[in-house]
Design a protein. Structure first.
Length: 190
């Protein structure tokens, strides 16, 4: 006995069979390709660029508002994307945070009125060179060395705006552009 079969009853079965075939034929190679990326790759790309943008934002804070209270509030905006912490002498900071310390000079003789020092952890330092800063902020201010050769290279300075500059301390490297930045100091002057 032959049962009449309509097209509408076979169609769902054909779709189901095609779906099962495509699922079963998946080799899983795409999973291997995705898992070959290491979590450090994201840090190496995003955090250094974000840190440069953060420093750019800090340089734009006017001298009158450049104090610890305002910069702590400013840090909260970036805290979910950058590992920022204020310097606390009673705590030993782990080597994963960007440690920040703000200072003011009440001295009328000194042209530097305020500043903020950022100590970079090794992970971020290894991903940021002096060249990254010069590409983002401009040329290094030429200075005549006042002392002879030292074991640690002397910091370099970049004038960002009138009254605002960056001072970069970096590791020793034959090529200044490739030297890795260890500390960044935002300087505010009169």
């Amino acid at each position: 006995m032959v049962f009449p079969v309509s097209k509408f009853k076979i169609f769902p079965l054909v779709v189901l069979a095609a779906l099962l075939c495509s699922i079963l034929s998946c080799s899983g190679e795409h999973q291997h390709q995705e898992s070959s990326h290491q979590p450090g790759d994201v840090t190496e790309i995003k955090v250094p660029r974000l840190f440069l943008a953060y420093i750019d934002s800090v340089t734009r804070v006017p001298l009158k508002k450049f104090n610890e209270t305002n910069l702590i509030a400013f840090n909260h905006e970036f805290s979910n994307r950058l590992p920022l912490t204020m310097h606390d002498p009673s705590k030993v900071d782990n080597e994963k945070n960007i440690v920040m310390q703000v200072y003011h000079h009440g001295n009328a003789i000194d042209s530097i009125q305020a500043g903020a020092i950022f100590l970079l952890p090794k992970v971020i330092s290894d991903a940021l060179s002096v060249e990254d800063f010069t590409r983002y902020f401009g040329k290094i201010k030429p200075e005549k060395p006042l002392i002879g050769v030292t074991a640690q290279p002397l910091p370099v300075q970049i004038d960002v705006f009138p009254g605002t500059s960056l001072k970069l301390t970096y590791n020793d490297h034959a090529n200044l552009a490739e030297a890795k930045v260890v500390t960044v100091e935002v300087l505010k002057s009169k």
